[in-house]
Design a protein around this ligand. Structure first.
Ligand code: ISE
Length: 337
């Protein structure tokens, strides 16, 4: 069967998801779009090749449509909570881009809503879990072939960020991916975090501390070094390696042809995260569509969104104080185990 999808929030990400669902994936059609600023949805609709009645004036209107089986939320961060809560209350399955909400309290309210519904209805957009390279790394770690993990290094280098980028987002938009992928790779929660500053690049807007580094520790004591760069200019470069008892495992480089010429041997590194993780996004959204069809949600959950947000908040505190900040997570509700 083909399910109907509503996409709420039609900026760069939302529009990319509309095209992906309609052009590349199986089992779903986008039947509705909306935006916290409805005029934006009206403006976007003609370019997206949608049915005439596609624009919903609000999230409430989108939730009330019988042809909408699942809602994908790609609106601005501050709008995620209200949209996710509305979808859950309406019994619709919801995919929410990260961060789940910009506050730990907001994440808790979403968890409470799912508990009240008695089941998971939400998947959070941590797409790196669907990237083949990260999955290969996890297989090596889980197999025990090179022993227990000791130390990890994660680099997240962006050439630049959008115009609306605010300085706290180096944690909530950028580092948050490393926070999630670390929890997932090691299958453990983070217990404490420290944030260190460096000399900032002259390319960053006034006031932004860029690069920023964080050190996290997992329950068993694995130390994870995270480096985030927002205005690093040269490319979108994502790296990760883990030192274990008997060896080292690293994220494979992007699949790209190797060029050999008089200047040497090299391959290109892209500049856009939508390209770098294109396959991961496709697999991620296909897997959510499959959940909507099956009526049963799996994949990264509201708990994962909450845990990542808790690390973000602890990191913001640690950045202010310069000291190590412990993490104190709530008990994990049964629907997430
Ligand atoms: C963006 O919001 C993302 O989610 C990308 O994955 C990240 O690499 C980028 O820095 C963010 O701005």
């Amino acid at each position: 069967r083909t399910v109907g999808i509503g996409v709420f929030g039609v900026g760069k990400m939302g529009q990319a998801h509309v095209r992906r669902i309609n052009d590349s994936l199986r089992g779903a059609r986008v039947v509705a779009i909306g935006d916290p600023a409805p005029e934006f949805a009206h403006k976007a609709a003609p370019g997206l090749d949608l049915p005439d009645d596609a624009v919903a004036e609000s999230i409430t209107e989108m939730c009330a449509r019988p042809d909408v089986d699942g809602i994908l939320v790609a609106a601005w961060d501050g709008e995620h909570e209200a949209a996710a809560l509305a979808a859950i209350a309406a019994g619709k399955m919801v995919f929410c881009e990260k961060p789940l909400t910009p506050s730990v309290e907001g994440c808790r309210r979403i968890i409470e809503a799912e508990e009240k519904a008695g089941r998971r209805l939400l998947q959070i957009g941590f797409m790196r879990r669907y990237d083949t390279g990260y999955q290969q790394m996890k297989q090596v770690l889980d197999s025990g072939r090179i022993g227990d993990p000791l130390l990890a290094y994660c680099m997240h280098r962006n050439p630049s960020q959008g115009e609306r980028f605010e300085s706290h987002q180096i944690i909530t938009q950028v580092m948050v991916h490393e926070f999630d992928i670390s929890r997932w790779l090691f299958g453990e929660e983070i217990t404490r975090v420290r944030v260190d500053r460096s000399r900032s690049t002259s390319k960053a807007p006034e006031g932004l501390i860029d690069p920023l580094t964080a050190v996290l520790w997992t329950e068993s004591g694995v130390r994870i070094n995270v480096e985030a760069v927002c205005f690093g200019r040269y490319a979108y470069d994502i790296r990760c390696s883990v030192l274990c008892e008997d060896g080292d495992v690293a994220l494979p480089d992007q699949l790209a042809p190797t060029i050999r010429d008089a200047s040497g041997v090299r391959h290109e590194i892209g500049t856009d995260w939508l390209d770098r993780f294109k396959d991961a996004y496709n697999i991620e959204i296909q897997s959510w569509i499959d959940s909507v069809i099956a009526g049963e949600q799996d994949g990264p959950s509201a708990w994962d969104g909450y845990a990542a947000q808790a690390i973000c908040e602890a990191s913001a505190e640690a950045m202010g104080s310069g000291a190590e900040q412990p993490l104190d997570l709530m008990a994990k509700p049964a629907i997430y185990s």
